[in-house]
Ligand binder design. Sequence first.
Ligand SMILES: [Mg+2]
Length: 445
Amino acid sequence: MLNSPSEQPSVDEAPLLHIDLDAFFASVEILDDPTLKGKPVCVGGGGERGVIASASYEARRFGVRSAMPSVVAKRICPSLVIIPGHFDRYEVYSRKFHDIVRDLTPDFESLGLDEVFCDLRSLRRLNVRPIEAGFALRRRIWDELELLCGVGLGRNKLFAKLASKKSKPYVKDGRLVDGPGVVWVSPQLEARWLEELPVRALWGVGPATAAKLEKLGLHWVRDLARVGEATLSTHVGASMAASLCAYAQGEDRREVVADREMKSVGHDQTFAKSLEGINQVLDAAKGHAAVVARALRGQGRVARTITVVVRFDDLTSVSRSQTLSFGVDDEVAIMAIAEALLQSVELHHAVRLLGIHASSFLERERNQMQLTFGFEAVSGNAREQAEIVSRERQIGHEALRDAVDEVRQRFGRAALGTASELGEHGVDIKTQRGRHAFGPEGPAS
Ligand SMILES: [Mg+2]
C-alpha cells in the first residue's frame, strides 16, 4: 500500500487535494441507461475519425483508452458500445460534483467537468485532516451521485495530481484491481516518485514531447535533473523547459485559482465527412452556437469573447476571436459573431473540425451589459412589458450589428455574398440537444 494507515498529515503537510471522477462520461451514460452496466462502454466519436473521450473500466480491461482512435478501440474490443455523448447530462453531474466540493472548501479550481484542485490551507483552523477529508469526499460523491473518484494529496499540484492517478483502479493482466481511493504523497514517496517516474507521467508532457525527451536519452524524471534548463529549452521551448526543471526537483509553483470554475465554454466537432465551402461551415456553426448558448445559460453566465476554430484537411488550423463590449448568452448573438469571424477565414481546404468557444465570463445577474436579442420570454402579458422587451431587443440588435461590422473591419471578408445577413429578428436557429464534441457522428454501435 502507498500510505500506511497511521500516517495522518496535517493541512500544511498535504495542502493540495486533487480529485478526479473515474471514467466520468462513460459512468454517467451507464447511470442513465442501466442496461449498459457491466458492458464495455465508451463515449466518443463512432465514425472513421472518431476518438474515444471516456472509457468505462470494463472497456479498459480490453486495453481501450481515452484519446484512442475509435477504429482501433473497436478492433481490440469488438463488443464495445460507443455512445456519442450527452453533454447536458455531464454538466448536471458536474454541477452537483462541484457543489459537494464547495461544501468542503470554496477554495477550489475546476479543470474541465470532472477534475478539481482544492487548497486546504484555509481549513487549518478547523482541524481538518486531509486524508479523512479525502475519504469523506469520495463517500459523499458515491452516496449522492453514484460516481467513483480518485483523490490525491500533496505538497503541490504536481504531486496531488500524480497521487489521484495512483489512487484509481487499474487493470492488471486483464483484471480490474481496486485502487486505494486516496493517496498522500509523503516526503518519502515524493523522493521515490522522482526516482521512478517516467517523463511522460509529468503534467503537460504529451506523446510528442515525451518522444523528443526520450530521443535525448531523457526517459526518467531523474534524468531531467541532470540537464540544464538552457539545454532543455533549445529542444522543448523555454516555458516547458522551466516547468520540467522545476518538476525534476519536485517543485510546482502553480496556485489554486479559485472562483474560475470554468474558463470557457465550447463546442468542437470533427466531421465524418469534411465540410466544403462557407455554406456548409455556417450550417454546422448554427448547431455549435446553440450548444454554447445553452451551456452558458445553464451556468447563469454571459460571455464577452467568442472564438471560432477551424481545422482543415491538411491539419492546419485557424482561430479568430472577438471580444464584445457586452455579454452574450444566446445563439442569435453568438452565431452572428461566429458567422462574421468564419467569413473572414480563407477556406483553402475542406474543413475537418469546427469549434466555437465563449469566454471572458460575467455573472448573469451582475451583467449590466446584458442585451436582449430575441429569445427572452416575456413574462406575463402586459403590453408595457412587451414594449420594454421590444425596445431592448432593438438596442441589442443595433449593438450586435456594430460588433459584426467591427469584426468585418478587423478581419475582412474572405467569403462573400453567401451567408444570411442578420435580420431584424435574428437568424432562425434550431437548438440541438445531446450533440457531442468528440468526433464525427457515426453509427453508435
Ligand atoms: Mg476523470
